[in-house]
Design a protein around this ligand. Structure first.
Ligand SMILES: [Zn+2]
Length: 244
């Protein structure tokens, strides 16, 4: 179940499935990156500083997101990962951040293994099944069994607001995808990114899944929305800290 909580006095979104673990999705109240909103630069830098102080870390591990299916297991001595859309960590006390404005943010975590991941899945990453590949990589390289993973799917653009071209629709919707992942109405094509990612997560063997219904476009007073704001927007973030 999702609920709004307060972090350093600012509104953040959390899931009860990750109780006891430092994690959240930020809102407009707490930007950690400014993207195309230069006016938020100073505030974002201040917030980042406060967050690292609160977490007692030097830096957040992060990536240059490129809508790829490139997945990195983070290293102790490296904070930045180029051309990467999913980060995995099993380093105690390390914290990761990825940034979003309509794309699907996913947090994966295993209490048993104390290992987790952040995934960025827009339509291109979703088409490439990046979340499915991240679960497999955690199993193959860190011995994290999918059944021990919890998956939390955060705020992203909802089906009603995500009309796509027929070309994108045909790339994104695979023949085995269930009917609740898309809608065709009056010759228009709509896709449900959160639901498609949920289906991929289920297909990978993960059973503990929390998925918010929040649409970033409908709720652009709370979250940043690339579509609603015509690209001129900042980003909200997903945050996960690995237990010490
Ligand atoms: Zn919407």
């Amino acid at each position: 179940m999702f609920y709004f909580d307060s972090f350093l006095g600012k509104k953040v979104l959390k899931s009860t499935l990750l109780d006891g673990i430092d994690h959240f999705f930020t809102t407009r109240e707490f930007p950690l990156t400014y993207a195309d909103r230069e006016d938020l630069k100073e505030e974002a830098e201040q917030n980042r500083k406060k967050l690292t102080e609160e977490f007692k870390i030097k830096a957040l591990k992060t990536a240059k997101q490129t809508h790829s299916d490139h997945i990195q297991i983070v290293k102790e001595n490296q904070d930045f990962y180029d051309d990467t859309d999913a980060l995995i960590s099993n380093i105690e006390n390390s914290a990761m951040i990825l940034n979003f404005a309509d794309c699907t943010p996913i947090i994966l975590y295993s209490y048993k293994d104390n290992a987790g991941a952040l995934v960025h899945a827009g339509w291109r990453g979703t088409e490439k099944e990046i979340v499915y590949k991240t679960v497999l990589k955690m199993e193959k390289e860190l011995n994290v069994e999918p059944k021990n993973l919890t998956a939390v799917i955060g705020p992203a653009i909802g089906i009603e607001c995500f009309e796509v071209s027929e070309e994108v629709f045909n790339k994104l919707i695979k023949p085995d995808y269930p009917e609740n992942t898309y809608k065709i109405k009056d010759g228009k094509f709509f896709c449900d990114l959160k639901q498609i990612n949920k289906f991929q997560i289920e297909s990978s063997g993960v059973v503990k899944i929390d998925r918010t219904n929040y649409c970033t476009s409908c709720m652009s007073d709370i979250f940043f929305s690339y579509r609603k704001e015509n690209g001129k927007t900042a980003r909200h973030s997903s945050i996960l800290k690995i237990r010490g």
